[in-house]
Write a protein that binds this ligand. Structure first.
Ligand SMILES: [Zn+2]
Length: 220
């Protein structure tokens, strides 16, 4: 898999320190499961965090959050699925370990809720009290998501297909790590549905009236 868009440093540090919101951590860990570069960066961040904690606290510290993160990574490794067929012959719908665990079923068997505009969603469960949303989005080739900004952070992992926006082309394995200042208009590239795993802090902020009117229906 050739990955060209990665987690930003702030997200990696939050993940390493166990402070990243659960929905965002799930997306980030799913990317880390596929991405050697971010896995190495995460391990480095965890080592730096551990060293800093040792300096700050002579007493043994509570490393539960870090242990939980590492355990999830271990689990993810253990659960790696069978090697997929060559990408040019079959659409590879294998999911990264943390997502496969959460779904409990193959990506091809997800129950989609269809929305207007060629978009389908599947809400994924998070723990009680988690405010961010975690969902799968499936958007047809040639479709676009209207230009929108964000009221909060949004972390998107592309699982299948691809889209292009002002920041470039995002394909399988790429992550879009955007904050409230970013506005973009992703267009799905031809050929196959684009399936993404998305964690979002707040609903998207659309710039034109029709998407605004549709938003309550679309729940995006
Ligand atoms: Zn990466």
């Amino acid at each position: 898999m050739s990955i060209s868009h990665h987690l930003d440093d702030a997200t990696l540090m939050a993940l390493a320190s166990g402070t990243l919101d659960e929905a965002f951590a799930t997306v980030a860990l799913a990317h880390v499961d596929w991405c050697d570069q971010c896995r190495a960066a995460l391990q480095k961040a965890e080592a730096i965090g551990g060293a800093a904690l040792e300096q700050l606290a002579p007493e043994p510290v509570d490393n539960d959050a870090l242990a939980a993160t590492l355990a999830r990574l271990d689990d993810a490794d253990d659960d790696a699925g069978p090697v997929a067929a060559a990408e040019d012959t079959v659409v590879d719908l294998s999911a990264p370990g943390p997502l496969a665990q959460l779904l409990g079923r193959p990506l091809a068997e997800v129950k989609w809720k269809k929305l207007p505009g060629g978009i389908a969603t599947c809400e994924l469960p998070t723990s009680a009290g988690v405010k961010s949303r975690l969902q799968l989005l499936k958007i047809g080739p040639g479709r676009s998501i209207p230009e929108h900004g964000h009221r909060g952070n949004e972390l998107t992992l592309i699982l299948a297909g691809s889209y292009t926006d002002a920041f470039g082309r995002f394909g399988r394995g790429d992550i879009a790590d955007v904050d409230a200042t970013v506005a973009h208009r992703p267009v799905i590239n031809p050929g196959e549905d684009c399936i993404c795993l998305v964690a979002s802090e707040a609903p998207m902020k659309f710039h034109s009236l029709i998407p605004k009117l549709l938003q309550p229906l679309m729940r995006i």
